[in-house]
Ligand binder design. Structure first.
Ligand SMILES: [Zn+2]
Length: 289
């Protein structure tokens, strides 16, 4: 018997959305190789190996992970408030009548914001130390993957996947499990980066979001079309897709003057990007069929 060396083959070899069409190389060159594009839905896919992927995913269980400064926490509170209002409106229910689960909830910030707004909110987080920290803070957070919780069918009115799908080699099983635990008509909200954004057009490989090292475990990059395909094959209808924000430089990559100029230009493009669906933050509200 011989021991196999760790494979350097890409962890993802086909479109994660399930298009079954070929992948084309792109001009976006990263340290692990160029991103590949699904010729059908436009999904961008990392060339990182499986071992590299798991190395970078370890950062999510680090002690100081995801402890934002007060100003950032306030921004997240406002963002969460808008999302919770939209969920309540789409369901036509008061928060007290909505049972919600945040999947990949990290320290449980969204669970906390939702509970404060009156929702019956809980979370699921695979990183054990981070999930334990959330429970120690008094939040209803369970350790493990969603599939391991063995929730009954149709247990929830709403579910959220914030910055999760870009980490998944195979998103279909998770979306199908979300569908199973949601009531018919229930809402699934997904946030991720938009690979069809003006930010990607302007920055390409310079966008930190593409870097598996800087943004641990990012291997799969969606766009409005590929999210729509994913939703459809998993039994959801798209209620709305929003995109926001544009940038041209990462802080520290260019001179302070150029960074400021780019930031002003990006501010001016925020509204047009929202209207054109070309912002780099993608938010999708799906409804279970
Ligand atoms: Zn595809």
């Amino acid at each position: 018997m011989t021991t196999q060396p760790p494979s350097s083959a890409p962890y993802i070899s086909a479109c994660p959305v399930g298009c079954g069409t070929s992948l084309a190389s792109t001009e976006i060159h990263l340290p692990e190789g160029p991103l590949r594009r699904c010729t059908s839905c436009g999904q961008l896919i990392s060339a990182a190996s499986e071992s590299r992927y798991w190395e970078t995913m370890a950062s999510f269980n680090a002690p100081g992970f995801n402890q934002p400064a007060p100003r950032e926490l306030e921004r997240r509170r406002r963002v969460a408030g808008r999302r919770l209002k939209t969920i309540s409106r789409l369901l036509g229910k008061d928060p007290a009548d909505i049972r919600l689960v945040d999947i990949g909830c990290s320290r449980g910030q969204f669970v906390d914001f939702a509970a404060q707004a009156g929702f019956a909110a809980e979370g699921v987080e695979p990183a054990p130390d981070i999930a334990a920290a959330a429970r120690a803070a008094g939040l209803n957070v369970h350790t493990g993957l969603l599939e391991e919780q063995r929730y009954p069918d149709a247990a929830f009115d709403a579910a959220s996947l914030f910055e999760v799908v870009e980490h998944l080699r195979e998103p279909l099983p998770l979306l199908q499990e979300c569908r199973r635990i949601l009531k018919p008509g229930g809402v699934l909200i997904i946030s991720t980066g938009n690979a069809a954004s003006w930010t990607v057009g302007a920055m390409g490989a310079r966008w930190d979001y593409f870097h598996i090292e800087k943004d641990g475990g990012h291997i799969s990059f969606f766009n409005p079309q590929s999210i729509t395909t994913l939703a459809t094959v998993c039994g959801f209808n798209v209620e709305r897709i929003e995109t926001s924000r544009v940038k041209f430089h990462e802080k520290g990559d260019v001179s302070a003057a150029l960074y400021t100029a780019g930031k002003i230009a990006a501010e001016l493009l925020n509204l047009p990007a929202q209207i054109a669906g070309r912002g780099h933050d993608l938010l999708a509200y799906l409804r279970r069929r």
